[in-house]
Design a protein around this ligand. Sequence first.
Ligand code: UD1
Length: 423
Amino acid sequence: MAAIVVEGGHPLDGDIHASGAKNAVLPILMACILADGPCEISNVPYLQDVTTTNELLGQMGVELGINEKMHVLVDATALNNHCAPYELVKTMRASILVLGPLVARHGQARVSLPGGCAIGSRPVNLHLMGLEAMGARIEVRDGYIHARADRLKGARIVLDTVTVTGTENLMMAAVLAKGTTVIENAAMEPEVVDLARFLQSMGARIEGAGTSTITIEGVDELHGTEYAVLPDRIETGTFLVAGAMTGGRVRVNATRPDTLEAVLGKLHEAGAELEIGENFIELNMHGRRPRAVDIATAPFPAFPTDMQAQFTALNAIAEGAAQVVENVFENRFMHVQELMRLGADIRLNGNTAMVRGVDKLYGAPLMATDLRASASLVLAGLVAEGETVIDRVYHIDRGYECIEEKLAQLGARIRRLPTTRAA
Ligand code: UD1
């Protein structure tokens, strides 16, 4: 199993480009199922989750290719298999995003029920409730969701929890339904807006994406399109935190600062000097140590749960103490025990972590547990004295494109080992 080795103590200084957003490209690739012609998607990040999505679509009969501009071509007109098997869904929960498009476009789907996951139970009841409200007949048996429908019908759907992929699944189902669908308490995440814009470019009629009420007027068919994926706000935020933790200077180009307001507010509170342009963010700590900042995660536009682990790592070496409250997932503190192995002073109480900043962390072997937790361990490694070896980095490869190359470009001492030294 591959590992990442980080030698801490080198302030970052440099410029990088943000990659396309993982959480936008996955639903966009799945939404290609809805089109009657080929789609050309650009700014696609090279990630394991994208490979898994391509594998999933490929085994359904979708034709995939890459053109000379490195754009991904997706032609779903030959789709002939409506199943998302357990083997793929268990490696990527976002596979559930084929459910809405398959039922809307093909009237049937068989999608493995995602199991539990490292960060919480993560049910999909709201995806199913919304599809049923649109007229789909759903049965859960043999570990699979079996869904069937003639043409879906517009419906008013009130989500009792804000769900990102739930909102996306229902929006994708509604674009080909007969009549109007209104999704209340919809997720307002920028990735939901990006998917809506992609669907609109295929001819869908959607209003209100980015607010808590999305209205979709179903159309009879959607056409192929060309589309560039939104930059990744979580990747951007992760590199900025790396700059802040090391007392360095990091500029992220080709990003979207308007998608990162809560995170930038916290970096400012931590003492970072920020220069923000239309499509870049430059953070400079001028060698200073960050101040600890309280965090409470919640759906967009509040502070994102996908940045919680990185800020927990920042607080671990900051001046002062801070409280980190996780309100979205019930078990998203797997990184805490690992950070403590480096010498962090963190007390966990339910969904709250009390983090007291220490003067120094010390390198140690660590185990990555989930995607964002792994990123926080790499960040901690950047400031820990000596070497930190992070095992099971396949979690990181799911969501960060070329993380060690990008960090090395900023001056980090980081390398990948194909296999771990200690089994
Ligand atoms: C998406 C993101 C993930 C991010 C999360 C929260 C993708 C591919 N993944 O995950 O990176 O951390 O949003 O911002 O976009 N819930 C239910 N019933 C449902 C669905 C969700 O109770 O049917 C609950 C979940 O257990 C969780 C909360 O709603 O507590 C939010 O989860 P949700 O927004 O659905 O997360 P994902 O869409 O899976």
